[in-house]
Design a protein around this ligand. Structure first.
Ligand code: FMN
Length: 380
């Protein structure tokens, strides 16, 4: 159980034990050979920390703001699709409540399985909404209006999904969202009685924020697939920023020239991400992409980084190299799959307490003290 969880890897093992194989693999897996998935985690090891000695660390302040949203620590809960798939009873609600309890920013995916309004009713904490540019611009505009009305204060445009990535674990498991009934999927679900019970006693898992969009006969997944528009460019991102009007982040940037374009169209944050290694395999580990992006952005926007954050020391390295905050995906999804809201809470607690201890060990009492002098970068 959760009492024997001491780090994110332990939570992962518990999730693996408790979830149907195909659901665990959907969370855990990446594209192709999973080179980028592994690199996102392992490349932090190439950066070494240089701590400061004999600093009064009796008071450590981890509070900050990101795109104007206040948070207790520089850790953002990333948008991830269909969270009720990972915990049918709790899903997004469990994640949003745990984020609120920890004072962290929550973000809701367009492909979420809980409505914008239901999330707003569960939490007064800071929340952002994530979108893709869809063909059906009217549906996007309606979602943005609803998000604004419900008190969401930031918008994230994800730009690393021009097409779906090649996730071979999902192909092997014959896994689809929502799961299709087959001998394989049924036997995997039967092997997880707790999950099966939850699934049978809660409403069907469906996308919750465009239920009224016209599915044209081939169902909601057919609708979603048709919405990913291959013609999307920077002009569409500019349109999105104008329609939204408020704090705006572009997620899925790894190149300095693209970071400059984000600033040109008025983005408030450049979000360094490769979708957790789920899209283009062989792309750069995010920690390696960060320094050049920070240099290109030159203080004109905030920089957020996600991918492979599993410990406080990973967070310190990213902040020292110029990120305003980091974001986490799988760490809280393992928690959600392992134990619902309590599991998410455990993941967030682990990351915030390990960040505080690691700041103490580094001799840092405020995040603004962190800079490149705390990190020895690997030779090229
Ligand atoms: N990113 C999005 O912008 N929208 C999504 O709907 C979305 N769904 C995801 C679903 C899963 C199961 C996972 C693992 C990631 C998803 N992501 C999505 C990417 C995350 O927001 C984030 O970039 C990534 O998980 C960070 O890497 P990490 O898992 O190593 O922390």
């Amino acid at each position: 159980g959760l009492h024997s969880v001491h780090n994110i890897d332990d939570l992962r093992a518990l999730a693996k034990k408790r979830l149907p194989r195909m659901v665990f693999d959907y969370i855990d897996g990446g594209a192709d050979d999973e080179v980028t998935l592994r690199a996102n985690c392992s490349r932090y090891d190439a950066y070494a920390l240089n701590w400061k000695a004999l600093v009064d660390i009796s008071k450590i302040d981890m509070t900050t703001t990101v795109m104007g949203s206040p948070c207790a620590a520089p850790i953002i809960v990333t948008p991830t699709a269909a969270q009720r798939l990972f915990h049918p009873r709790g899903g997004e609600t469990a994640v949003a409540r745990a984020a609120d309890a920890s004072g962290l920013i929550y973000s809701l995916s367009t492909l979420g399985s809980t409505s914008i309004e239901a999330i707003a009713a569960e939490t007064d904490g800071p929340k952002w909404f994530q979108v893709y540019v869809w063909k059906d611009r009217a549906v996007v505009e309606t979602m943005l209006e609803r998000a604004r009305a419900a008190g969401f204060t930031g918008l994230i445009l994800t730009v690393d999904v021009p097409v779906a990535g090649n996730r071979e674990r999902d192909l092997r498991n014959a896994f689809t969202v929502p799961p299709k009934i087959s001998a394989k999927t049924v036997s995997q679900i039967l092997a997880s009685p707790r999950y099966l019970f939850d699934m049978l006693t809660t409403p069907k898992i469906t996308p919750a924020n465009f239920a009224d969009a016209d599915p044209e006969g081939d169902g909601i997944m057919g609708y979603i697939n048709r919405q990913f528009d291959r013609t999307v460019t920077w002009e569409d991102a500019r349109w999105m920023k104008q329609v939204w009007g408020g704090p705006f982040a572009i997620k899925g940037i790894v190149r300095p020239d693209d970071a400059r374009r984000c600033i040109d169209i008025g983005a408030d944050a450049v979000w360094v991400s490769n979708h957790g290694g789920r899209q283009l395999d062989g792309s750069t580990a995010t920690i390696d992409a960060l320094p050049d992006i920070v240099h290109a952005v030159d203080g004109q926007a905030e920089v957020i980084l996600d991918g492979g954050i599993r410990r406080g020391t990973d967070i310190i390295k990213a902040l020292a190299l110029g990120a305003r905050a980091v974001a986490i995906g799988r760490p809280y999804l393992y928690g959600l799959g392992a134990a619902g809201e309590a599991g998410v809470g455990r993941a967030l607690e682990f990351l915030t307490t390990s960040l505080e201890r690691d700041l103490a060990l580094t001799g840092v009492t405020r995040l603004s003290e962190l800079g490149p002098d705390f990190v020895r970068r690997p030779p090229l």
